[in-house]
Design a protein around this ligand. Structure first.
Ligand SMILES: NC(=O)c1ccc[n+]([C@@H]2O[C@H](COP(=O)([O-])OP(=O)(O)OC[C@H]3O[C@@H](n4cnc5c(N)ncnc54)[C@H](OP(=O)(O)O)[C@@H]3O)[C@@H](O)[C@H]2O)c1
Length: 226
């Protein structure tokens, strides 16, 4: 595939590397080359099969707007813009292109979500639940998109909205913990990312999966098919 990766930061750079390893032709744009989505003209995107975005919340919204105007398939890994989801969904429907987003593209965290969904039954048995998330000090959004996705999954499964406690420290790639505490025992569930490679592999495989598809998709609903 001809892939365009937006963002040459910590995750975007790895996405481009993984995509090349998987035999895709890759172009990548940094912030200075794409101010307010200015590089993403229909002409520039003509030969691109899918765009993968790992930028910032503000840039992602500008990039989404430009890609939808060109009816280009898009995978968005950037978090922190989900207040705009209903509007973007509407725009995707109008464009008739393929769009896939997710707060966390690692297979491991999606398995962790499944385990958390089952364990949330504890909340109906007088357990007290909390979510803790730790990331490197430079992360721009808090709580993490992954912590909010976990909170939503537990709320849907148990009708309990758990508090999220965020820590920003050192070089932590991404750690998410769910604790369920009762007077008798405590359940600890933890997912600890060792590197960003799991996210990058998930994003490239999501772009491959999206080829030839139209519609609005979320990674948690499709990762089993990758
Ligand atoms: N879904 C997942 O699995 C997953 C995994 C990891 C991270 N994320 C999310 O992905 C995003 C990026 O994370 P990161 O750790 O890679 O951050 P990062 O290292 O800060 O990288 C972001 C990059 O985006 C660039 N950028 C900003 N505006 C741009 C534009 N208009 N066009 C092209 N590039 C632009 C920035 O360039 P400058 O440095 O020049 O400003 C920067 O290099 C965050 O929202 C994070 O939460 C998601």
């Amino acid at each position: 595939m001809n892939l365009l990766v937006l963002g040459r930061g910590k995750t975007g750079a790895l996405v481009a590397e993984v995509a090349r390893e998987r035999q895709h032709a890759v172009r990548a744009l940094a912030a200075a080359e794409n101010v307010r989505g200015s590089a993403l003209t229909s002409e520039y995107l003509l030969s691109i099969d899918a765009v993968i975005d790992f930028t910032t919340p503000e840039a992602a919204l500008e990039n989404i707007d430009a890609c939808l105007r060109a009816k280009k398939n898009m995978v968005v890994g950037t978090t922190g813009w989900y207040g705009e989801l209903p509007k973007i969904r509407h725009m995707v429907d109008a464009a008739g292109s393929g769009f896939l987003y997710g707060a966390n593209f690692s297979i491991g965290i999606n398995l962790f979500f499944d385990v958390a969904r089952i364990a949330s039954a504890a909340l109906s048995h007088q357990y007290f639940g909390q979510i803790f998330e730790r990331h490197h000090a430079r992360k721009k959004d808090a709580p993490s998109g992954t912590a909010m996705a976990l909170q939503k999954i537990i709320q849907e499964a148990s009708s309990h909205e758990l508090e999220i406690v965020s820590f920003r420290e050192g070089e932590v790639v991404g750690m998410h913990e769910l604790t369920l505490d009762s007077p008798n025992d405590t359940i600890y569930l933890c997912h600890d990312a060792k590197s960003r490679r799991g996210f990058a592999e998930g994003a490239v495989r999501a772009a491959e999966w999206l080829a030839g598809k139209k519609g609005f998709f979320e990674f948690k609903d499709v990762w089993r098919e990758l």
